[in-house]
Design a protein around this ligand. Structure first.
Ligand SMILES: NC(=O)C1=CN([C@@H]2O[C@H](COP(=O)(O)OP(=O)(O)OC[C@H]3O[C@@H](n4cnc5c(N)ncnc54)[C@H](OP(=O)(O)O)[C@@H]3O)[C@@H](O)[C@H]2O)C=CC1
Ligand SMILES: C[C@H]1O[C@H](OP(=O)(O)OP(=O)(O)OC[C@H]2O[C@@H](n3cnc4c(=O)[nH]c(N)nc43)[C@H](O)[C@@H]2O)[C@@H](O)[C@@H](O)C1=O
Length: 319
């Protein structure tokens, strides 16, 4: 089992999910490290396909793995594509973790989610709250798959001495987000909806649920920086939460997004849409003790995210 500090320098580093929001932020962050970056296109290796994953790992044998590939989406995606969320996420975690072990990877980081904590766990959410109560029903399949990944990393550490660690990110946002009107997370959904309302002159915008749930939001480049920091400085079976330690009610958040986008109309609430977990604020004291803190304020991050969204509108769509 490797120890800390863990040296990344000169190593081959595989980012699984490199085209996604977190994966692409990891590539930006790792470009500042002296490493050999390794990625593979999903058309060549489908991470749900055990044979393809095992074959690719046996050929490439990456020394370090950031497991940032997953089936990901907002509350409605999680609640409706329930079979895909559990199957894909269990398969990806099982295939990549076993292949990394079988091919001698020195270190692996598994990305879980704050959704793994019980729906009504005490706030802020401490890492030891995992498996202490029932999960939020809208994302139970995703959370169960993520808990399976965490338990695999833990089991490989205890049985084989593998240096596999698990981190639990809060709700993330930033460049590379998914702006699908139904399937996205709240940040991307509201940026798009307020922008379209501003452009069309619409007088009212609908926000889902009651507006009372509280969420914590972390800018994705801060997330990537935290992952690299923890890869170098942390080794252990305990989970590590990654967040800002601050949260905001969805109604207030919607007003901040509207202001940044420049939408001045009304905001209404569709209470037929799910609220999900009432509150999901992470206890970040372990992360803090390990020497990392978020540096991008919510307003600054949202401004950058809005800029990134507008840039996507300039890219011609393929016929
Ligand atoms: N976004 C968030 O708010 C949060 C995310 N997380 C976790 O962070 C990680 C990254 O999420 P995020 O970047 O937001 O998600 P994205 O959807 O932006 O990216 C996911 C990536 O995984 C890849 N992928 C999915 N399925 C497969 C597959 N079968 N084979 C190969 N590649 C696959 C996708 O490939 P392609 O682009 O080719 O489809 C994509 O590159 C995930 O583990 C997620 O659970 C945790 C908490 C919050
Ligand atoms: C990160 C985490 O994210 C997911 O959980 P979630 O925190 O519930 O994510 P969300 O971003 O979709 O919603 C946050 C809140 O915002 C409200 N809300 C308002 N208006 C819109 C809206 O327009 N879209 C969405 N999606 N939500 C809206 C919505 O009702 C909810 O109260 C997991 O499934 C899982 O994927 C996961 O890991």
């Amino acid at each position: 089992m490797a120890s800390v500090p863990f040296e990344l320098k000169g190593k081959s580093v595989y980012v699984a999910g490199h085209r996604g929001m977190v994966g692409s932020a990891l590539l930006r962050r790792l470009a500042r490290e002296d490493v050999k970056l390794v990625t593979v296109d999903r058309r060549e290796v489908d991470l749900c396909n055990q044979a393809q994953v095992f074959d690719w790992f046996a050929r490439v044998r990456p020394q370090v793995v950031f497991l940032a590939a997953a089936k990901v989406g907002g509350i409605v995606a999680n609640n409706t594509l329930r079979a895909e969320f559990i199957y894909d996420n269990i398969a990806i975690a099982a295939n990549v973790i076993q292949a990394a072990h079988a091919n001698g990877a020195e270190k692996l980081m598994f990305l879980g989610s704050s959704c793994i904590y019980p729906k009504l766990a005490a706030q802020p959410l401490r890492e030891d709250a995992v498996l202490t109560g029932p999960l939020e029903p809208t994302n139970e399949p995703y959370a169960i798959a993520k808990i399976a990944g965490i338990k695999m990393a833990e089991a490989y550490r205890s049985q084989y001495g593998s240096d596999f660690i698990s981190v639990m990110p809060t709700n993330l946002y930033g460049p590379g987000d998914n702006y699908h009107p139904e399937l996205s997370h709240v940040v991307a959904a509201l940026i798009r909806r307020f922008h379209e309302a501003k452009e069309s002159g619409a007088r009212s915008v609908v926000v889902w649920g009651t507006g009372t749930p509280r969420r914590e939001f972390l800018y994705v480049d801060d997330m990537a920086d935290a992952c690299v920091h923890l890869m170098k400085t942390y080794s252990g079976s305990d989970l590590i939460n990654i967040g800002t330690g601050e949260d905001i009610a969805i109604a207030e958040f919607a007003r901040v997004v509207a202001e940044i986008v420049g939408y001045r109309g009304e905001i209404s609430y569709d209470t037929s849409r799910p609220d999900g977990t009432p509150r999901k604020l992470l206890d970040v004291s372990r992360l803090d003790k390990l020497g990392w803190r978020a540096t991008t304020s919510l307003r600054e991050g949202l401004e950058r995210a809005y800029e990134a969204y507008r840039a996507t509108l300039l890219v011609p769509t393929q016929a």
